[in-house]
Structure formats: structure tokens, C-alpha cells
Ligand binder design. Structure first.
Ligand code: EPS
Length: 388
């Protein structure tokens, strides 16, 4: 199971191809659109989200509400493209329109300068159009396919916001996915703590007024996954490692933690590890979940709890110093329209990239071309684990 995406932020469309999904899995346009619309919301989003209404056009791999087993192709059109047709068109241009909106002043913290040095583009629009977080819409489409798969396998997942600009939410580890979903969906910042959520919104408003941007911490919670998914035998089969890589790859993410994460460095072993217990009904389980659902690169059967930190978006209305790559003079970096805070949207993106890695690991462990066979294999494995 893998996916690729293509498309520029102000180009015609974003395209996602997901390969390896078994046949006969229920999948609808609505499953994808629900995720896409959730990603668009959130206090702190800029004007672009008022232009776009992200809706998927499924262009292959699905028929009459079921997957075919062939690659699933999904298209999300950029409504903003109508304003950029000349600038972003694919064919050679005769006039000087190709240099309109040329970017020669790289924004510190963005991919602009490093991308220009690497690919040799003297117009850094060629970098920023692809490095833009617009691409996360395509990743959410891929993740929505995975989320649908997980849901039909009894595995539910939700992403929400724990912290924005140093304002920390009261973490509510004992709530179920359903409860966390209900509360976070009702919050404009996807926060489980209403009071902290209000303070976060105030901080976002202040940052916007100041022409600045702010970051935060997102958390993803996965419930219903059996023990033993992933493997300890090779570095690239450790599921926590794969999830960490996927989370770190989200635009502007700078770090990942599982469970108590970095706090483990400050505690003794007896305060970190989760004691093992057993019941006739459930088999083995843990008294706590400080390790966030992982030991040895494999799931423990406890919920997966993973946090990701997002830096403030580097596109600032109050730009930082940079160098013009044509004149080599000191300038303020280019100002591009942007969001003052996209942490609530990033929580949805993180939820979807984690969903993809979990679904992929399950499919690797129980490889089936027909979805009902995968369901039966996972049910049987759950029973084996319970009776072990
Ligand atoms: C982004 C800049 C803004 C954001 C964009 C990411 O877009 P624009 O340059 O069109 O104003 O709105 O995010 C999205 C378009 C999106 O769908 O999330 C950037 O520079 O990364």
C-alpha cells in the first residue's frame, strides 16, 4: 500500500494515487470529502480557505461504492487556479507573464532558498508552489481511504490540538475516540479543553494583528488496534518509526513524541514502563499507557498516542530579513498570503498520515486482495491474541 501526490498550490489540481487497497472495500466520495472539509476548518486560517471548497473527484479504482483493487485516483481541484491560469499554465508563454509574481526573496524557514539551490530555479515560485501545505489536501485524501479501511476493521482514529503558542490544554487521556471526536469537532481550534481553546483563539487573533504566526502541538489517538502490529526485527518495519517519519514529513512539523515522549528522559524506568496485566475477557492489557501504545516497534494493544510539534508558519506579514537572489541585496522576505495559525488543520493532516501508516502495516501483516478476507484474518488474529 503506497501513495503518491502531484500538483502545485495554485495549479489546476491536486492528484493522489493510492495503490494496494484490497478489492471489495466500501468507499464513497463522502468518506473523502468529510476529511477534506475537516482539514479546511480552524480558527487562524487565511483567505485562501474562503476561496477553496475541497471536494474529491474519484477518477479511478472505485465503482458503485466499492474498491476494485485497482489504483484509486483522486483529484481535488484548486478553485484559485482561475486567478493563476497565465502564471501557472503548463505550456510555454510568449509574453512576460511567466515572470509575473516571480519570487526572488526567499522566506526564512520555508523551502524557497534550499529548493532553488537544489533544483536551479531562479524563480522560487517553482519551489513554493509545491512545498506549500496545500499538498496536505492530497495527503488527507489518501489518509481518508486508509481511515475508511481502519474503521471497517474496528480501528478508530482522531487528531486534535493539545497546545498553541504555549497555551496547553488539559489532556484528557481517558476519553474514547468518539468522545474526543465530538468535543474537538465542536471546537474552532480542535481542542478538548474549552477554556484553553478560547485562550488559543485569543492568541491566534493577536498573532494575526501583529502580522505574526504561531505554532503548537497536535495529538493523534488510535483506538482498537490489536497488539503485535509492526515488528521489532528490522528498523524499517518498526511501526512507531514509520509513524514518526510520516508525522515529521508534514509541512512545518519539527518533532514527534509517543506517550510521555521526551518526559521519559527525566523519569526512572519504574515510572515509565507500563505494567502488564490480564483478564479472561480481554487477555493481556496495561495498567497505564505511558509508552503511547508501542514497545519494540510493535503495538501493545493500548491506544496509540502520538504528538507532533508544528513550528509557526514561516510566511509572515511582518517579514524577516533575507537576500534577493538576483541583486544579492538585503531585503525583507516576500510576503505571500498565509495563515496565522494552521495547527487545527495540521491535527487533521496528522490524523490522516498516521491512519495511512497504520493501515499499511495491517495490510502488510495480513496481505489480502479481498477486503472481507482481511477483515476475517484480523478478527481471527484478535481472537488468537486474546486467548494467548
Ligand atoms: C500556504 C499558503 C496559503 C495557505 C496554504 C499553504 O496559501 P496561499 O498561498 O494560496 O494563500 O492557505 O494552504 C492551503 C492552500 C491549504 O489548502 O491548506 C503555504 O505557503 O504553505
Amino acid at each position: 500500500m503506497r501513495y503518491l501526490t502531484a500538483g502545485e498550490s495554485h495549479g489546476k489540481q491536486l492528484t493522489t494515487i493510492v495503490e494496494g487497497i484490497p478489492a471489495l472495500m466500501p468507499l464513497t466520495t463522502e468518506n473523502i470529502n468529510h476529511s477534506l472539509l475537516r482539514r479546511q476548518k480552524g480558527h487562524g486560517r487565511g483567505k485562501r480557505m474562503q476561496i477553496e471548497k475541497d471536494l474529491v473527484d474519484i477518477a479511478g479504482g472505485v465503482r458503485h461504492g466499492y474498491t476494485l483493487g485497482s489504483p484509486i485516483a483522486m483529484v481535488v481541484h484548486n478553485d484559485d487556479f482561475k486567478h493563476w491560469i497565465d502564471i501557472m499554465g503548463e505550456d510555454p508563454v510568449e509574453s512576460d507573464v511567466d515572470i509575473r509574481r516571480k519570487v526572488t526573496r526567499p522566506r526564512p524557514g520555508h523551502a524557497d532558498l534550499n529548493g532553488a539551490l537544489k533544483y536551479g530555479h531562479r524563480d522560487m515560485r517553482n519551489i513554493l508552489e509545491r512545498s506549500s501545505a496545500r499538498e496536505t489536501a492530497a495527503r488527507v485524501a489518501a489518509g481518508a481511504v486508509a481511515k475508511t479501511m481502519l474503521s471497517h476493521l474496528g480501528i478508530e482514529i482522531i487528531g486534535y490540538v493539545n497546545e498553541i503558542a504555549g497555551i496547553k490544554a488539559d489532556e484528557k487521556p481517558d476519553l474514547s475516540v468518539t468522545e474526543k471526536t465530538e468535543i474537538s469537532e465542536a471546537s474552532p481550534v480542535r481542542c478538548l479543553d474549552e477554556e484553553a481553546g478560547q485562550k488559543m483563539m485569543d492568541a491566534i487573533d493577536q498573532a494575526k494583528k501583529d502580522g505574526d504566526s504561531i505554532g503548537g502541538v497536535c495529538e493523534v489517538f488510535v483506538e482498537g488496534i490489536p497488539a503485535g502490529i509492526g515488528s521489532y526485527v528490522h528498523y524499517d518495519r518498526k511501526l512507531d518509526g514509520r509513524i514518526a517519519g510520516a508525522v515529521q514529513s508534514i509541512n512545518a512539523f519539527k518533532g514527534v513524541e509517543f506517550g510521555i515522549g521526551f518526559e521519559a528522559a527525566r523519569k526512572n524506568g519504574s515510572e515509565v514502563h507500563d505494567e502488564i496485566t490480564w483478564s479472561e475477557e480481554n487477555g493481556y492489557y496495561r495498567k497505564s499507557n505511558r509508552l503511547g501504545g508501542f514497545e519494540g516497534g510493535m503495538t501493545t494493544g493500548m491506544p496509540i498516542v502520538v504528538k507532533g510539534v508544528m513550528k509557526p508558519i514561516p510566511t509572515l506579514y511582518k517579514p524577516l530579513q533575507s537576500i534577493d537572489i538576483d541583486s544579492k541585496e538585503v531585503f525583507n522576505a516576500s510576503i505571500e498570503r498565509s495563515d496565522s495559525c494552521a495547527v487545527p488543520a495540521a491535527a487533521v493532516v496528522m490524523e490522516h498520515v498516521v491512519a495511512f501508516e497504520v493501515a499499511k502495516a495491517i495490510l502488510e501483516q495480513f496481505p489480502h486482495d479481498q477486503f472481507p478476507k482481511l477483515q476475517a484474518a484480523l478478527d481471527q488474529y484478535r481472537e488468537e491474541v486474546r486467548c494467548f
